[in-house]
Design a protein around this ligand. Structure first.
Ligand code: SF4
Ligand code: SF4
Length: 492
């Protein structure tokens, strides 16, 4: 039934080697959504039951011969079909026996992919979304309140205070105990500030202590340094490599655009120093992840950072500016919706020109992601703890002043889970405007703190809603292009 020489072809992330390692998340400077990658997919059974197309499946043209499919009511992942495979998919517009597909060359593989990605389902058994349960406790360790930059969008009320080594050890001890007591199996530490590298000795000491404490407690440990990239020495880069601490560098432009929103304490440019640091980290074998914060000042420069990252094979993620008390004096940071979309489209164009092997589904959508369904935007109030330089506990790094306890007297996880705390990180179904949304279990309604700031309510959809709805389909298409470019090829 296929046109001559054109077997039916279906591609998915599993056709690219090391697929799990290629999932990049945009949560480095935020609480991650509940842990876990794209759902592990068991090889589906074709047991002869009739199959039917899942309602709501999105179909986006990738090029003249291929479409990308994504099922919002499924468990994630994109499938690309060629024209012959698309004809197989069409068979299931109405319930139909899988045998019908077997007459096509490649029909068996196509059908298994469609079934595995919830694009078709057995008649009477629609997909059920597996919302992940957290097994990883993430902690933001605010190792210093000092910073050598003065970024206008920063939410930290800076001071000269840093965490001392006693507080650092007590914090780790409290986190490890709390992780075990509350049933977590891994701990993820984010070394942050201020500028965390300004307190490098305490940071490195606390990490070595965390390695020991997690080993004794049977917890897996991972760690990332969140840095502005201005002051990372070669020695520190080598220590980060030795200790397997990942690095995230904030880079908002390649020159003036970065300097316009990331000046030094004395108002001088910082971009050149950051770019030197990035080269240094790459040379030492610690390629950093780039975190791009988008405001009205750099909205036109996002594409150039993306180009910079793609040229060096660095991963990157986008964070939209979130208003806060410290930023309120800078009235020119809030982006216009259309300007943001134009800037994002220019960046997407760069991605399309040089498709990375890694998937952008988890990193270019601000707080949204299309890797795995979830019912809350982030882990605030559940599996995310912030500890400041004095050992005080908070729910979110954007609300550091709202102390929920102290690591010396309070279980950190129980403290952030206290229902009386300020931030209400609601289920997406509790947010007006989100309940009937196609994207609800991929977006989850946006950042609770940002929505509250903009609307005075937690129970409504994100002020970025229209932007999100516009860019999610574009990310599906980019994922389709990535699959076409890299599936079945060895990295070159
Ligand atoms: S914020 Fe908008 S895009 Fe996100 S879940 Fe709610 S309605 Fe959907
Ligand atoms: S509440 Fe918002 S700022 Fe805080 S961790 Fe969640 S997404 Fe990030």
């Amino acid at each position: 039934m296929n046109p001559p020489g054109r077997p039916a072809l279906a591609l998915s992330a599993s056709d690219i080697g090391d697929a799990q390692e290629l999932l990049v998340r945009s949560c480095e400077d935020c609480a991650c959504p509940p842990s876990g990658g794209e759902s592990e997919r068991a090889e589906p059974e074709l047991d002869g039951r009739p199959l039917v197309r899942t309602p709501g499946v999105l179909e986006l043209p990738v090029d003249a011969e291929h479409v990308a499919l994504f099922s919002p009511s499924g468990n994630g992942g994109v499938v690309v079909l060629n024209t012959a495979a698309r004809a197989i998919f069409d068979l299931f517009t109405r319930a139909c026996s899988p045998d019908r597909a077997m007459g096509f060359t490649g029909g068996d593989t196509v059908l298994r992919k469609l079934l595995a990605h919830d694009i078709v389902h057995p008649l009477g058994a629609p997909p059920s979304q597996q919302l992940p349960k957290s097994h990883e406790l993430t902690a933001w360790l605010h190792v210093t309140n000092k910073c050598n930059l003065r970024c206008p969008y920063c939410y930290v009320h800076k001071s000269g205070e840093s965490m001392d080594s006693d507080t650092a050890r007590e914090s780790v001890t409290a986190l490890v105990r709390s992780a075990v007591d509350n049933g977590f199996t891994s701990l993820r530490l984010k070394y942050a500030g201020g500028e965390a590298s300004l307190n490098a000795d305490v940071l490195l000491g606390l990490h070595e202590y965390a390695v020991e404490a997690c080993t004794v407690a049977g917890l897996k440990l991972s760690a990332v340094l969140l840095s502005n990239g201005v002051a990372i020495s070669r020695r520190l880069a080598q220590e980060l490599k030795r200790l397997d601490i990942r690095v995230m560098i904030s880079l908002d432009g390649i020159g003036e655009a970065h300097d316009a929103q990331r000046p030094t304490l004395t108002g001088k440019p910082s971009a050149a120093r950051v770019l030197t640091t990035i080269d240094k980290l790459c040379a030492e074998g610690v390629p950093p992840h780039l975190s791009i914060t988008i405001t009205s000042r750099n909205v036109d420069a996002v594409a150039e950072v993306v180009r910079f990252g793609l040229d060096r094979d660095l991963t990157f993620s986008f964070n939209f500016f979130r208003d806060n008390d410290c930023a309120s004096a800078f009235t020119d940071l809030q982006y216009e919706e259309q300007a943001l979309l134009d800037g994002l489209r220019a960046a997407f164009g760069e991605i399309e020109r040089t498709l990375p092997r890694w998937s952008v589904l988890g990193s270019i959508l601000d707080r949204g992601q299309l890797l795995r369904p979830r019912s809350r935007t982030c882990g605030v109030g559940d599996d995310y703890v912030v500890i400041d330089q004095r050992g005080r506990i908070a729910q979110c790094h954007m609300e550091l002043e709202d102390a929920a306890g102290d690591i010396r007297t309070t279980d950190p996880v129980l403290a952030v889970r206290d229902p009386a705390r300020k931030i209400k990180n609601l289920l997406v179904d509790e947010k007006a405007g989100c309940r009937d949304c196609t994207w609800k279990n991929w977006c989850a309604g946006g950042c609770a703190v940002a929505t509250f700031r903009a609307t005075g309510r937690f129970d409504v959809r994100s002020p970025n809603c229209d932007i999100y709805r516009t860019i999610y389909p574009e990310a599906v298409r980019l994922e389709g292009l990535r699959l076409l470019a890299h599936a079945g090829r060895t990295p070159g």
